[in-house]
Ligand binder design. Structure first.
Ligand SMILES: *Cc1c(COP(=O)(O)O)cnc(C)c1O
Length: 351
């Protein structure tokens, strides 16, 4: 069954070969204090920066998931409280975890069709971090680089933390605009789950040091001390890091990836536009995600189209949370081949 679920999502077809190589090369038993591992970390960080155009002085940390990164940010970086701007379930979850750690955490909830008007936004001095979910996987909406730039410009004294779990590796992100970026590999990187990425600017690292939080297994300062030697704070997911390295080696420049993501999304959008039965979950094109398409409809219709797709060997992503019965989602991720994408288009056209 070919899955179009936006996470866990279809993995790259070359993965079996890379699994085998990891085994043959002895990497699976490599000690995480050994030169073999340190070289792998260093090379993977350098590849990620090259492919995604991340500034040279940013640091890559390995965690276990995006969810873990939510807690790390509140525990180790936020000094007063974070202010969360979101429209969907993932942004809401991040806010809930943050508020559990810091009760003063506050939020602004937007409709999924609303583009944030940064000019009208005020955020008081009680908040030192602004949290945004760049690609809200649950309702298939997005925040553009332009909006992130406007936030960075308007609030230069606050730190921006950006959830790009389902977009990093699929579209161009302007990393210099924000100090904290994170993702999981089971979305646009086309890999099995179990590895989180956390990318920090020098400013974010300095802020972690100034907060000086220690003592938890995932205290950022503890992680950073290890990362400077290209080691990790616990025995890491070496297989995941190895696979990421191989996936990054194959990855073209992010501009090439982005062009493909965009043309595929435009093809899908054209189809929904023409269709009498399909409707966009996000009707405002300016707020619509480029890596996840959300399609809404009557409950019976959604059920029927999903079943018909399964008969053709394709699994649509279910709607998420409250949107589960009345929507389905399609991952527009790089691991999906042109032939697979074509098959999906033909199915949707003829349905
Ligand atoms: C999938 C997802 C997460 C959670 O990722 P995990 O790796 O399961 O922790 C968080 N935020 C967004 C936007 C996501 O799409």
């Amino acid at each position: 069954m070919l899955t179009f679920a936006p996470g866990p999502s279809k993995v790259f077809d070359k993965l079996p070969e890379y699994f085998q190589d990891a085994f043959s090369q002895g990497i699976l038993s490599a000690n995480h204090r050994s030169a073999v591992f340190m070289d792998l970390y260093k090379d993977t960080e350098s590849l990620l920066k090259q492919r995604l155009e991340i500034p040279a002085d940013y640091k890559l940390l390995f965690t276990s998931s995006a969810t873990e990164n939510w807690e790390i940010i509140s525990q180790s970086l936020v000094e007063q409280a974070s202010f969360h701007i979101f429209s969907g379930s993932f942004g809401k979850k991040w806010f809930d975890f943050a508020q559990n750690i810091i009760p003063e955490t506050a939020s602004l909830k937007l409709d999924k069709n609303t583009v944030l008007e940064v000019a009208d936004l005020t955020i008081s001095n009680a908040f030192d971090v602004i949290a945004i979910t760049q690609n809200e996987t649950s309702n298939a909406s997005q925040v553009t680089n332009e909006t992130i730039a406007a936030l960075a410009g308007k609030f230069p004294d606050k730190m921006l933390a950006v959830d790009t779990t389902s977009s990093m590796g699929g579209i161009y992100l302007d990393f210099k605009l924000a100090d904290v970026w994170y993702a999981s590999v089971q979305k646009c990187f086309g890999m099995p789950a179990g590895l989180g990425l956390l990318v920090l600017s020098p400013k974010a690292i300095a802020k972690a040091k100034s907060k000086g939080e220690y003592g938890r297994y995932n205290s950022l300062n503890f992680m950073l001390e290890n990362a400077y030697n290209y080691q990790t704070h616990y025995t890491p997911n070496v297989l995941g890091i190895y696979l990421l390295n191989r996936v990054l080696q194959d990855m073209p420049s992010i501009w090439e990836v982005q062009a493909k993501t965009e043309s595929r999304m435009q093809a899908l959008e054209g189809l929904v536009d023409k269709s009498a039965a399909l409707a966009f979950l996000v009707t405002n094109a300016k707020a619509r995600s480029r890596t996840v398409l959300g399609v809404g409809g009557e409950e019976a219709f959604i059920k029927a189209i999903k079943q018909a797709a399964e008969k053709e060997g394709m699994q649509m992503g279910s709607g998420y949370g409250p949107l589960k019965p009345t929507s389905f989602r399609i991952a527009n991720f790089p691991a999906i081949t042109d032939e697979e994408f074509e098959k999906l288009i033909q199915f949707l056209e003829s349905y």
